[in-house]
Design a protein around this ligand. Structure first.
Ligand code: ADP
Ligand code: MG
Ligand code: ZN
Length: 614
């Protein structure tokens, strides 16, 4: 963060100082300039001095009704005044003493001091204030000194300053490998020059938020031990047209001076957006900045060892010109971590906290499929916080598992008041999910079932954790998953003959899954392998838009409807066949509130109990 002071305070100080200067001037120096040294004496003293011939010149000041005179033995600076008396002989006395009549006391300031006070001084004061203001403004607009508008404020890092190395980045082995090559080039350029290999000028790190792109760039800086210029794309975006471009120019000038070095532009989509003529006149400032960036990237000689890294999670919005060979010609995907990656990330972050021995990171990693590095880091921190909250010295496995749930579903709502009947419905709903999952081949084993409400609004949930990592999902697995999602509602219907709002999230997920299966995975007879939807922004929202005709769209809706209905029927069938187990498990869950997958399976596989239920 820049250190921006409250601008109003200094401004007032400057004004106060200026006022003080003026006041001092008025009170002391000005009168001194004008009045020299004036001494008031009595008329008799005047007469005595006149008689003694000690007066050189006299001036009669009618308006002020006084006489000013200069003594002959002192310097001209010293002026005496005395009151004018009604003295008819004064003229003859003066003549007799032989003093000259004339101007003695300066009634008006001299031309020089007048010039000084009315013209030069105010100008000086205003120039000084103006300078101070200008300097302050320049500082606030991001420049360093006065008159440095548009200078880049890229921070210069040296090796030790980021304090990060590749060891801090867990997983992401492919990205690390690609970046290692760049680091190596900066260390031994000759090795590459011998063969005639040319280093890519720029590398673009792309991936979802929180996967460690910024971290990787910092690690490269740490590993490369060359100067590392880091700037965020948004810092180029300025209020005035042309300033961003000036910043880019300055950044590259600095980089060229420091070569070999690395320039890192984070969140480059802020300036690298596609230039198009959409909208009124476009965005001039951004376009100019981008153009300048393109020019600079062409302009410098890659063999000199300036490597440009950039990161973004919206690669699809970037201007094509930015991605062409010779600019960001290497694209390094930084994807969400896989199972091994998640485990490694957990270990890296667990190293920083005190833990109990033999924590099972693998189990936690399996439960966090789809989580980013940042989320995993957050989970470890939540676990540590929980350990502190419960007054323990080290993080336990339970802390970690609870932290996972906290990050996924929010904190437990201990004080939530839920009526007995509603708790019952929730219990049956969750057991419904678990039972449908367990009774189908191809679904992940149940890991945990809970009916403790969460701050996210969930009243309970069933956690399924896969045994290993599967990268592919078969049609059967998807259908099983949809059926599992409908299992909660199916249980409500079977047991209570009603429907509750508790299934809203299940419905959303099931519909999305069914739709994806049809429109993007080509898993239906009807539409074969035709893409009916495309993803809009790969890494962020996951929004899609239909790319088929409206008629086909309507048919897709029908197909989605059929898939869901089919799954729902299947779930209802499974629950009807296993009503006994449903009752048994729901009663157990109601009692315990949270049960593990093992407990669940144990009860499920227990031989049918005696009919003791009411
Ligand atoms: P982004 O990809 O959005 O730039 P960051 O690099 O800012 O993500 O990552 C945010 C935080 O997440 C990091 O500071 C780090 O604590 C954690 N993190 C993300 N990925 C990893 C990883 N692969 N290894 C270790 N920590 C990671
Ligand atoms: Mg980032
Ligand atoms: Zn549900």
């Amino acid at each position: 963060m820049k250190d921006v002071k409250n601008p109003r305070k200094p401004l007032i100080y400057y004004y106060l100082i200026a006022m003080l200067v003026i006041m001092v001037f008025n009170a002391m120096i000005y009168p001194m300039l004008i009045n020299r040294n004036v001494e008031n004496v009595e008329y008799s003293t005047f007469l005595t001095m006149l008689a003694d011939g000690r007066i050189k010149a006299v001036e009669v000041q009618d308006q002020e009704n006084s006489i000013a005179f200069l003594p002959s033995d002192e310097e001209d600076k010293h002026v005496y005044t005395t009151v004018m008396m009604d003295d008819p002989q004064l003229t003859s006395r003066l003549e007799k003493a032989g003093v000259s009549f004339g101007r003695v006391a300066p009634r008006e300031p001299s031309f020089l001091s007048q010039l000084l006070t009315t013209w030069i001084l105010p100008i000086v004061i205003f120039v000084v204030i103006g300078q101070l203001l200008g300097r302050m403004l320049a500082k606030r607009m991001g420049g360093g000194n006065a008159m440095s508008f548009g200078k880049s404020n890229a921070k210069v890092y040296v090796a030790a300053q980021t304090g990060k190395s590749f060891a801090d980045v867990a997983g992401q082995d492919e990205a690390k490998e690609a970046l290692t090559e760049i680091v190596d080039f900066l260390h031994n350029p000759e090795k590459y020059a011998q063969i005639g290999a040319r280093l890519p000028k720029g590398a673009l790190l792309v991936g979802p938020p929180g996967t460690g792109k910024t971290l990787l760039a910092q690690a490269v800086a740490g590993e490369a031990s060359v100067p590392f210029f880091s700037i965020s794309g948004s810092e180029f975006v300025e209020m005035f047209v042309g300033m961003g471009a000036a910043r880019v120019r300055d950044l590259f000038k600095q980089a060229a001076e420091k070569a070999p070095c690395i320039v890192f532009i984070d969140e480059i989509d802020a300036i690298g957006k596609k230039r198009d003529s959409a909208g009124l006149g476009g965005n001039d400032e951004r376009e100019q900045t981008l153009n300048q960036l393109l020019t600079e990237m062409d302009g410098f000689d890659g063999s000199r060892g300036v490597v440009i890294l950039a990161a973004t999670n919206r690669p699809e919005t970037l201007d094509k010109a930015l991605l062409r060979p010779g600019r960001f010609d290497r694209r390094i995907p930084v994807e969400l971590p896989d199972l091994a990656g998640r485990e490694a990330i957990l270990r890296v972050h667990l190293q920083k906290v005190r833990t109990e021995e033999n924590l099972d990171c693998n189990a936690v990693a399996r439960a966090t499929s789809g989580a980013s590095g940042a989320e995993l880091a957050n989970m470890v921190n939540e676990a540590a916080l929980r350990a502190v909250r419960t007054g323990r010295q080290a993080v336990s496995q339970q802390d970690l598992e609870e932290a996972v749930e906290t990050v996924i579903a929010g904190y437990q709502r201990k004080g939530a008041v839920i009526s007995r009947r509603e708790k019952e419905i929730v219990a049956y709903h969750e057991i419904g999910h678990a039972l449908v999952a367990a009774k189908q081949s191809g679904s992940d084993p149940v890991h945990k079932i809970t009916i403790v409400p969460r701050t996210s609004g969930a009243l309970g949930y069933t956690m399924q954790v896969s045994e290993g990592e599967n990268v592919l999902m078969s049609r059967e697995e998807i259908l099983a998953k949809i059926a599992t999602l409908t299992g909660g509602r199916a249980a409500e219907e079977t047991i209570f003959g009603t429907m509750t709002s508790g299934a809203s999230n299940d419905i959303e997920q099931a519909t999305k899954l069914a739709r994806t299966m049809i429109t993007r995975l080509g898993m239906t007879e009807e539409f074969d392998m035709v893409a009916l939807e495309t993803e809009n922004s790969g890494y962020l929202s996951g929004d899609t838009s239909l790319i088929c005709s409206a008629e086909t769209g309507a048919k897709v809706d029908e197909a989605v409807f059929r898939v869901i209905r089919e799954a729902h029927r299947k779930a209802l069938g499974i629950l009807r066949e296993n009503t006994g187990k449903l009752h048994e498990l729901a009663a157990y869950l109601l009692e315990k509130e949270t049960i593990t997958g093992e407990e669940f399976m144990e009860i499920l596989n227990r031989p049918a109990p005696d009919k003791t239920e009411g």
